[in-house]
Design a protein. Sequence first.
Length: 311
Amino acid sequence: MVNRMRRKLLCGLATVAVALHWVPTAGAQPVPARDLWDFPLGAVGAPAALAAEAGVGLWNPAMMALPEGMRWRAGVASLSTGADQGVEGQLLGIAWQRQGGTSIGLSIARAAVGDLVRTDTDPQSLGSLPYESLLGSLSVARPITPWLTAGVAARLRQGRAERDVRTALAADVGALVNYGPWRDFRLAAGTFLWRPGREAEDRPLITIATDARLVGSSSLGEARLGIAGQSATRGQRDRTSRELGPFASGRLGPVEARAAVPTVWSGDVRITRTRFSVSLYLARFVVGIGREDASVGLGPMYQFTFSSFGK
């Protein structure tokens, strides 16, 4: 059974990759508004590779897998930045677990810049200038062994910059290693918006994170410490954007807190960010709020998440 499911996952990913290689996209030009997906929608506080609070595994398909005994989970997330950036994002998703342990998830996300106006030779506004992106995802994840979970996702993305509207397909993979006997060690990695054969024109994001339990005996009372990173090549100029830094989390009963201090390198620019979030577990509901600040005078970014599950 395990070997058969492993073959299904690999064959499904190969089929999507071949399709992506041969499907043309509007003259093979980059899809507008790709930069809007640099904002961590659904992943403030938790590293992107381990983010699961919204319940849809947006950044790592393996994190969409539901634990044993959980039949379904639905979640929403909302992100907003300060007026100097004006970015907003929304995420809605649902996942359910079939008999045999396979989880299937559907999600739709939107990111946009508000308050952009079109002008001519004078400052008078001639109307709004749309700059936004929609992303639909179909994900499949399941445990391969007691300590390894794998996932794949097929995505359809549309980007719009004024009258320029383009679409593209993407295929992503992810994995989660959870080794309980050694301090509940976790190692997660995933791709985001990977277009095989078109990496130079539409950069994929690679995320990775690892942590371990320092104190506590269960997920209801513990403290964890880890390190997370991610990297992306910025378009045809091959300018790499990297992020790396420590993060910590802790839970005591119904309250969970997370904090991270990543450093971001983009070309010759280096920025240190601080992120923190608090989540409250109430019966079958989880409510969370997070904030991110940068050290270069940019306004803060806020995020709200809400999820529910059923057994």
